[in-house]
Design a protein around this ligand. Structure first.
Ligand code: UDP
Ligand code: MG
Length: 313
C-alpha cells in the first residue's frame, strides 16, 4: 500500500484539483493507497472540503489540527499515521506533480533504492533574489552540517517503510525535514523536474519567513555558528594581547600623553558588538534546547475520520 501525506493550510481551492489529479494517477497505477490529508489549522473551508472528499472517497483519511502547527508538524502527523509500505509527502498545490509517482514507485521496486526524492532543476517564476539566497543556503548548510541536502530539493519523496521508521525515531521538537531526510541516510535517487507554478491559492512563504526557516535549519543541523563565536573570541583575545604589549611599550618609551579617545571608543564598540553577536548565537541554541526539553507535543488533532488515529504526539 502507498500512503500519500498532504499537509494543507488554506488550500480550499487547490485541494479538490489535487485530489482529482492524484486519484487519476493512483488509479492508473493500480496499487492500493490512502490519502492522508492533514489540515494544519486552516482559516478557510479546507476542513469542509476534506470532510466532503472523505465521504465521497474511501481512500481519504483526514486529520484536522486544533490550530496551525506548521508544515513540519503536519508532515510528522502524516508519518505517525501512515500505514503504507511506501510513503510519500506531497504539497496540495500540485507543485509536486503526481505524474511522477509511477516512475518513483518503479525505481523503488527495482530494489536499488530506499527513497526517490525530487528536486527542481529550474526556479522559473521565482524572484531572482530569493533564488540567489536559496543557492547560498544550500552551499552553506552542506559545508557545515552532515545533513546532505541537494540544491532545489523538495519535500516530495516516496520512501520505504524502513526509512519512515527511521524518520519517526527522530522525534525532536525542532524539525527540519530536509535535514532529517538527509541525516537518516539510506540510498536515495534524485529525480529532477521542471518547476511548476501552484494551481490555485497562495504561497504561505514570504522572503522573511524563508530566511528564518533557513536559519532554523542551520541551527538544527550544525554547530558551526557556535564555533564561529569561539573563533571570534580567540581572535579578539589574541589581538588584545598585541594591543596591550603595544600600549605598555609605548608608555615606557614615550610616556603617557592623553590621546586616543576615538580609537578607545571604536574598540569598545567593536568588542561590545562582537560579544552581543556571539551571545545571540548562543541564545539561539539555548532557545532550541528550551523548547526541546519541554517535550511538548508536535501536533494536536481535533478531528479525524480514522478511529484509531494518533491524535497527540
Ligand atoms: N503548509 C502547511 N502549513 C503551513 C504552511 C504551509 O501545511 O503552515 C502546506 C501548504 O498547504 C502546502 C505546502 O505546505 O501544501 C507548501 O506550502 P506552499 O505551497 O505555500 O509553499 P511553497 O510551495 O510556495 O514553498
Ligand atoms: Mg507550493
Amino acid at each position: 500500500m502507498i500512503s500519500i501525506i498532504v499537509p494543507c493550510y488554506n488550500e480550499q481551492e487547490a485541494l479538490p484539483l489535487f485530489h482529482k489529479e492524484v486519484t487519476r494517477v493512483l488509479q492508473e497505477m493500480g496499487e492500493s493507497y490512502e490519502l492522508l490529508l492533514v489540515n494544519d489549522g486552516s482559516r478557510d473551508s479546507t476542513l469542509d472540503v476534506m470532510r466532503t472528499l472523505a465521504q465521497e472517497d474511501g481512500h481519504v483519511v483526514y486529520l484536522s489540527f486544533s490550530r496551525n502547527f506548521g508544515k513540519e508538524a503536519a508532515m510528522y502527523a502524516g508519518f505517525c499515521n501512515a500505514q503504507g509500505d511506501y510513503v510519500a509527502v506531497m504539497d496540495a498545490d500540485l507543485q509536486d506533480p503526481p505524474a511522477l509517482l509511477p516512475k518513483m514507485l518503479e525505481l523503488l521496486q527495482t530494489g536499488e533504492y530506499d527513497s526517490v526524492a525530487t528536486r527542481r532543476v529550474s526556479r522559473a517564476g521565482e524572484p531572482p533574489v530569493r533564488s540567489w539566497f536559496a543557492r547560498r543556503f544550500y552551499q552553506l548548510i552542506n559545508k557545515i552540517s552532515d545533513a546532505d541536502i541537494v540544491d532545489g530539493a523538495r519535500d516530495f519523496r516516496l520512501m520505504r517503510r524502513s526509512m519512515v521508521d527511521a524518520i519517526l525515531s527522530m522525534s525532536e521538537y525542532n524539525r527540519f525535514s530536509k535535514g532529517i531526510f538527509g541525516w537518516v541516510g539510506f540510498r536515495t535517487y534524485w529525480l529532477p523536474f521542471e518547476n511548476v507554478e501552484r494551481v490555485a491559492g497562495q504561497t504561505k512563504w514570504n522572503f522573511w519567513g524563508l530566511f528564518k526557516y533557513a536559519i532554523d535549519g542551520i541551527i538544527d543541523f550544525s554547530q558551526a555558528p557556535l564555533s564561529v563565536a569561539s573563533w571570534f573570541g580567540i581572535g579578539m583575545t589574541f589581538c588584545s594581547i598585541l594591543a596591550i604589549l603595544f600600549i605598555v611599550v609605548r608608555r615606557l618609551l614615550f610616556g603617557d600623553p592623553v590621546a586616543g579617545w576615538a580609537s578607545t571608543i571604536c574598540v569598545i564598540i567593536l568588542i561590545g558588538g562582537l560579544q552581543l553577536f556571539c551571545l545571540g548565537i548562543i541564545g539561539q541554541y539555548i532557545a532550541k534546547i528550551y523548547l526541546e526539553t519541554k517535550h511538548r507535543p508536535h501536533f494536536i488533532v481535533a478531528e479525524s475520520n480514522r478511529k484509531d488515529a494518533a491524535l497527540i504526539r
